[in-house]
Ligand binder design. Sequence first.
Ligand SMILES: Cc1cc2nc3c(=O)[nH]c(=O)nc-3n(C[C@H](O)[C@H](O)[C@H](O)COP(=O)(O)OP(=O)(O)OC[C@H]3O[C@@H](n4cnc5c(N)ncnc54)[C@H](O)[C@@H]3O)c2cc1C
Length: 475
Amino acid sequence: MKAKILILGSGFAGHTAVLHLTKLVGKEAEITVVSPSNRFTWFPSLVWVGNGTMRSESCHFQLAPVYERIGVRYIAGRATAIYPHARKVEVRGDDGKTSSESYDFLLNATGPHLNFEGTPGLGPATGNTTSICTVEHAEDTARHYSDVVRSAEHGSRQRMVIGTGHAMATCEGAAFEYLMNVDFDLRQRGIRDKVDLVWLSNEPEPGDFGVDGIEAIKGGSLVTGASLIRGLLDKHEIRAILPAGISKVEPGKLHYEEVGSDPAILDYDFAMLIPQFRGVYLKYLAEDGSDLGPAMTQASGFMNVDANYTPKSYESYRGDDWPATYQSPKYDNIYAAGIAFAPPHPLSKPKKTASGMAVVATTPRTGMASGIMGRTVALNIADQIHGKKPQHHERLSEMPSACIASMGKSLWNGSAASIVMVPTARDYQRFPKYGRDVKLSELEIGLAGAWTKRAMHTAFMWKLQARPGWSLIPE
Ligand SMILES: Cc1cc2nc3c(=O)[nH]c(=O)nc-3n(C[C@H](O)[C@H](O)[C@H](O)COP(=O)(O)OP(=O)(O)OC[C@H]3O[C@@H](n4cnc5c(N)ncnc54)[C@H](O)[C@@H]3O)c2cc1C
């Protein structure tokens, strides 16, 4: 009998796992994917959709034809409950019908629930701000952005606030990219002097990006992301408010607390703010219907894996606190990867405001990291199918991160920051001075990055559609 592998979610983690599983055990296993909307989204390019410089159709493709071509069963719908003992998952299809899917191996790669409701007044649906976290959000943001542009062109001074909409949000890098692309576009249009740009972020310092900053050796000297980003903000005349947490958003008024200052209110005409991420609404149930959630997840709703979740002080965090195999400690046939797994702790230094609001840039699980985790899980499931113990590991403190942060899409006068960290999570046991190998790390700004970012869009859209040679393109 063929082993049944069930993948929940077809984003960077889930879809990458599927591609590798078809290669590793495609003949010995029946692979099923449950994911809503029949769509893969290439999120990195939404920073361009959000200011109207890229059409949204370029950033996504339909999954069903890809899965049909590679022999994977696809169910358009959402998992609503996992029954670990019975090895089945309850699914609500996009057509509204409920079904039950059994599995031998399960990967939870359901990504984030965008927790707009965590900040009163935040978000595009019922709130007063925009977002670039989905294709529809980015399209809506582009419409609001063109209103700002029109007003500025008619001489009305505008204030745009871009950053994080919750004191414990993540994805600061994407928001910063959007900020720099807006700045670039406004300059191209000749109206930058009509718009006040504000960067409001929960990072402890500029350039932290939720990974405790970046540094690299350049020309024999140590360059830090903090000095580079601070310099960029100064040069581009962007006001920075950080570390700060937003407590409430009213139409035209942001209520926020900055560490070391009194609570304050900022007027705005446009606000693109990333919400807090939480685990998606997914129940974990025993056979008798009792709730296994508290034992299988953290308070954030993200799923526990083989990480060290013992509470400890920031100074005591270790590289090997990070999960290696992404296997559930309770059920060895269940995994979680990408944003869906619960990080053991933040990488960035937590701060507190005078009123006691915890301001923490929570750990990003970027597309690259999520893809690497998806591949690791695929290798481990293949090990188990072949009767071996899962032996593949990729802790965040082992894997590098590479990021090309766009600062203007143009291939002639655009720019991007090219960032490489080795490893992503600092590991002072292996690298006592900086927690990273700063000689291998990179920090470079220039036109070459703009070309690389565009090339990555094309290469990854090719790879993720499982086109010939896809496996030659790394995660
Ligand atoms: C604007 C923006 C720009 C970004 N830029 C970059 C970048 O330049 N580089 C980079 O590395 N990262 C970038 N990221 C981050 C990157 O997109 C995420 O890290 C990555 O998407 C996480 O992958 P994932 O598979 O965990 O989640 P996702 O990619 O979000 O995938 C989750 C999947 O689960 C599905 N799902 C949700 N609920 C259920 C359910 N109940 N049942 C079944 N399926 C479900 C979703 O529909 C989706 O298919 C960016 C993010 C944003 C928002």
